[in-house]
Design a binder for this molecule. Structure first.
Ligand code: GLV
Ligand code: MN
Ligand code: MN
Length: 416
């Protein structure tokens, strides 16, 4: 005879409908989404998620970072809840699934348990973490970082976007600053389902990635200051070209990443150049550096090397350089017990699976510091993400959500 809950399956069509409904909020320009954190669209997406959770009988908690927690009660008032979730915010040219699948799958898990009348000993909580993307307010995973005690709340509130608006003011403005103390909740476990955002699972025809580790990350913001001057009348030896220095530093970022192949990656993703006029030699360049690798020593070396290389480039060119560390975390090893639950759930459901390392940052990387945590990956087409063309199939989404359901049920303990 099957154990209680063993044969449960989520409703794939309902999950897909919810994903498509959420994607109508904050549409992008090419079929994806622009629902950046703490924008009006983010507020609208949150309201829809709250409504769906309340319709599913959950009580919605909201903390002072805007993190949302929809709770389905358990039978034991003393049992710590099992949490699951991800983020609803997107990149400016984001897809419909990065983060969103991880949130709406939690709703589908709760809807399924309701439909089947399944009771669990531990409560189950569906979570939406604020500002995972870090595109508007650096760093990424800001609110889960405050929850895990990595950043102070005051520091998080003081982060500003490109227009100088602060995180704290924008959270208040959209009406999603709660009363609850951040990080006060204790978790029995945390599970995050996410699209892989890389090509491995699809290329190998595998349904489920069992995420054992996450790679470490180093984010720097670099400001190079030279001198604005006329492009026609300033002799070459007299130029202090901040744009050229930036270009040379970009080459250095690329070279350092290649020097640690195959596991290290590096890129400059955001650049601002001033005054950005065709006949002015740029006097100032502000840009970001993003290095990632699963090896802590390599991460530390890459950071030291780019600082040194940039300093030398700028000294040689007679321009100034400053660095601000805007984000960083060490490589992550997820909880072996929870990872094993994910692996066994995939196995029991008959899905092909493999262990995998996450290339992207995730809220789970911070929550892992305060609760036993694991992640589940499902494939995405061509490994493409942070792109409006990001795509997955309804079957992949359903497989990942079924694994989430069974992993959560094992931890939350079905009451017969
Ligand atoms: C978060 O999306 C990241 O940059 O990995
Ligand atoms: Mn994400
Ligand atoms: Mn992302």
């Amino acid at each position: 005879m099957a154990a209680p809950g063993e044969n449960l399956k989520i409703d794939s069509a309902r999950l897909w409908d919810s994903l498509m409904e959420m994607a109508k909020i904050g549409p992008g320009i090419a079929g994806g989404n622009n629902r950046q954190t703490l924008t009006d669209a983010d507020g609208e997406g949150r309201a829809l998620f709250r409504k769906w959770c309340e319709d599913a009988g959950c009580e919605m908690g909201l903390d002072q970072m805007g993190n949302m927690f929809a709770m389905r009660p358990g039978t034991d008032p003393d049992a710590l809840p099992v949490y699951m979730g991800s983020h609803l915010d997107t990149q400016p040219t984001g897809g419909k699934y990065d983060g969103v699948l991880g949130v709406l799958s939690t709703l589908e898990v709760i809807r399924t348990l309701n439909d089947m009348g399944v009771k669990t000993k531990h409560p189950i909580v569906a979570t939406n973490w604020t500002n995972e993307e870090g595109t508007r307010f650096a760093p990424a995973m800001l609110a889960s970082g405050v929850f895990a005690g990595i950043h102070t709340q005051d520091w998080a509130y003081s982060r500003t976007d490109a227009e100088g608006k602060s995180f704290g003011d924008e959270l208040q403005r959209i009406g999603w600053r709660g009363e609850e103390e951040v990080g006060a909740r204790k978790m029995h476990a945390f599970f995050e389902l996410h699209i892989e955002q890389g090509p491995i699972l699809e290329a190998e025809g595998i349904d489920i990635g069992v995420v054992t580790h996450g790679q470490g990350l180093c984010w720097l913001q670099v400001t190079v200051t030279g001198k604005d001057a006329h492009t026609g009348s300033t002799p070459m030896p007299m130029r202090k070209n901040a744009g050229l220095a930036m270009a040379r530093i970009m080459e250095a970022v690329d070279g350092i990443a290649w020097s640690y192949k195959p596991d290290a990656v590096g890129a400059v993703g955001h650049i601002d150049i001033y005054p950005n006029s065709r006949n002015v030699i740029p006097g100032k360049a502000v840009f970001t550096v993003d290095f990632r690798t699963p090896d802590l020593e390599v991460l530390q070396k890459a950071e030291a090397q780019i600082r040194e290389a940039a300093q030398k480039i700028c000294d040689d060119m007679g321009v100034e350089v400053e660095f601000e560390k805007t984000g960083g975390f060490d490589p992550v090893a997820f909880d072996e017990g929870c990872v094993d639950i994910v692996r066994r759930s995939a196995e029991a459901l008959g899905f092909s699976h493999r262990d995998i390392i996450s290339g992207a940052g995730h809220d789970a990387c911070w929550i892992n510091q305060v609760a036993p945590t694991a992640m589940i990956f499902c494939p995405c087409v061509d490994g493409l993400s942070h792109n409006e063309a990001e795509e997955i199939s309804a079957e992949w989404a359903a497989a990942g959500t079924n694994v989430l359901l069974h992993a959560v049920l094992e931890k939350a303990e079905v009451v017969a």
